[in-house]
Design a protein around this ligand. Sequence first.
Ligand SMILES: CC(C)(COP(=O)(O)OP(=O)(O)OC[C@H]1O[C@@H](n2cnc3c(N)ncnc32)[C@H](O)[C@@H]1OP(=O)(O)O)[C@@H](O)C(=O)NCCC(=O)NCCS
Length: 226
Amino acid sequence: MDEIKGGFEFLGKFSRVKWNLKIQQFFFIFFIVLRNGIYWIHHLYNVIRLKMAGVCIGMNFSTAGVMILDVCPGSEVTIGKNVIIVSDSRRSNASSLAFPAKIKTLSASSKIIIGDNVGLNGTSITSRSKTICIGAGTIIAPNVIIVDSDFHKPWPPDSRMDYPGDELDGDIQIGNNCWIGMNTIILKGVKIGENSIIGAGSVIVKNIPPNSLAGGVPAKVVKVYK
Ligand SMILES: CC(C)(COP(=O)(O)OP(=O)(O)OC[C@H]1O[C@@H](n2cnc3c(N)ncnc32)[C@H](O)[C@@H]1OP(=O)(O)O)[C@@H](O)C(=O)NCCC(=O)NCCS
């Protein structure tokens, strides 16, 4: 004991601080390596599930965090080249990501097509029966919901719970190079023209023309870029 005590005294206060810093640096690097390892395992898990579901994935696909995947047999999901799907708020540049990305198809006629160079951040895409198409180069900010159906018939009230049809569902088309702001909801049957921007927190119920900035509930065009 005396020897050890003597050793510490010999190191002095300064050396102990240096030693503590080395321990901190070690754990800092250790946790970065561990975190990257976990991301890698998550990515592998996502890719295996996507492949098993018959999803066509382009080159240079990357994911962060475990995404929610529910693909109905017979439906079609296609992911283009250089697509990134983020489901982990630590990997999202916009730190407001609230939930993991989700891809869900509910019938054999459902189709989800994600173009090249698309970035999804915790985006929830549900196709009940129609086609949802996201154009190349489009970026989607955190917590956006895209859904091609209302799932219930609005009227008469007693028909709401047993609505089997899909006649009220509608294709959704988001053009190339769009930017969809966080917490936006995109409802059935709408088209967003290429290069357009949707402001944060908007609800899209009608078509948005190309090269425009639209926002609000329901979203309206507030500016057209020239
Ligand atoms: C859409 C956005 C980028 C526009 O920013 P901007 O170019 O600086 O635009 P401005 O603030 O000058 O606003 C232009 C007009 O759009 C309106 N507007 C902007 N954002 C809006 C929104 N979310 N909802 C409704 N209207 C909106 C403004 O009121 C203004 O209208 P006015 O001309 O009648 O006064 C910004 O408002 C936004 O929503 N940012 C969030 C982006 C995001 O989600 N980032 C996460 C990381 S990807």
